[in-house]
Design a binder for this molecule. Structure first.
Ligand code: BV8
Ligand code: ZN
Length: 247
């Protein structure tokens, strides 16, 4: 790794307060397609932004329901990768580490992470579209089944484009961005708001901002350190370097 990596390790040795925002890129190495990857097969002709909206669900509930059934199956078959596991190691090494994710796949939790702030919900949870609450028994095929309480269609417990984020999750993420010393943006194109605002908030609060992404993004020019490599490689390398420096 380069001088930028060494400077980052030196900064992390004093155990600063950390905030980590993850995006779909962190799950890419688990075989879960990112949001802007070309979709495969049946879904190749749709853009996620066209399907992940209340309007799409109202217009064609069966299509949206089956898209999520397909993605739930993909996620169920996926395993957390070395990047997810390294973030668990960092949670064990840093008393003050806020793990914030845009991902809806639950892979951070399956890797053993705790207190994960899910900004966009979780695809495994199904809820009543009229707000009655969660529903655990449902048929993933065909049209969305009716809520057992009110008959409204069930829906995935995710935040669609045009919908507000869960207020508590967003408030916790804002608090972490405002109070951290080092903010990591990992595996995200930094395009979707308000999540993409978080590293910018951290920057204006005086934090060091570190981006981990093999591609450049809108955040790259603003980051103090841009580690342009895969999270499944960089995050374990960070943990290893910290352990060696502490030895
Ligand atoms: C909101 C859940 C207030 C669903 C998701 C017009 C009307 C309404 C709203 C808007 C509008 N114009 C703009 C907006 C705001 C909108 C928005 O930001 N749009 C964008 C597209 C411009 N935001 C919203 O609507 C949000 N709500 O603002 O409410 C409001 C209300 C009404 C009206 C106005 C405002 C809600 C946003 C949440 C949407 N839901 N997910 C589902 O999953 O089905 S967002 C979705 O995108 C996923 O959660 C995903 O995580 C997220 C962000 O994408 P990324 O994670 O960054 O993934 P992406 O594929 O883009 O990038 C992957 C990156 O990984 C790449 O950079 C790649 O290089 C990198 N990578 C690849 N491999 C690796 C890697 N990195 C590291 N290692 C690797 N191995
Ligand atoms: Zn209901």
């Amino acid at each position: 790794m380069d001088a930028s990596f060494d400077q980052l390790i030196a900064r992390l040795r004093s155990k600063p307060r950390l905030a980590v925002l993850t995006g779909a890129g962190v799950s890419a190495e688990s075989g879960v397609p990112t949001f802007r990857d070309a979709q495969t097969g049946l879904w190749a002709r749709y853009r996620p932004e066209e399907l992940a909206t209340p309007e799409a669900f109202a217009r064609n509930p069966r299509l949206v329901w089956e898209w999520y059934a397909w993605r739930r199956q993909l996620v169920a078959e996926a395993q957390p990768n070395a990047g997810h596991r390294a973030l668990v190691s960092l949670q064990q090494r840093f008393a003050d580490l806020a793990l914030i994710t845009q991902n809806v796949d639950g892979l951070h939790q399956r890797a053993g992470a705790h207190d994960v702030i899910e900004l966009h919900g979780n695809i495994a949870r199904i809820v009543c579209s009229r707000g009655c609450g969660p529903c655990s028994e449902f048929d993933p095929r065909g049209a969305p089944p009716p809520c057992p309480h009110c008959g409204a269609p069930l829906r995935p417990d995710v935040v669609w484009f045009g919908e507000n984020l869960p207020p508590d999750a967003l408030a916790a993420a804002h608090e972490a961005a405002a109070s951290c010393d080092v903010f990591f943006s990992v595996g995200t194109s930094s395009l979707v708001y308000p999540a993409a605002d978080l590293p910018r908030r951290a920057l204006s609060a005086g934090a060091m901002v570190v981006e981990i992404n093999p591609q450049e993004t809108a955040l790259t020019p603003l980051a103090h350190h841009a580690l342009q490599a895969c999270s499944g490689r960089v995050l374990p390398a960070l943990v290893e370097a910290l352990d060696m420096a502490a030895a």
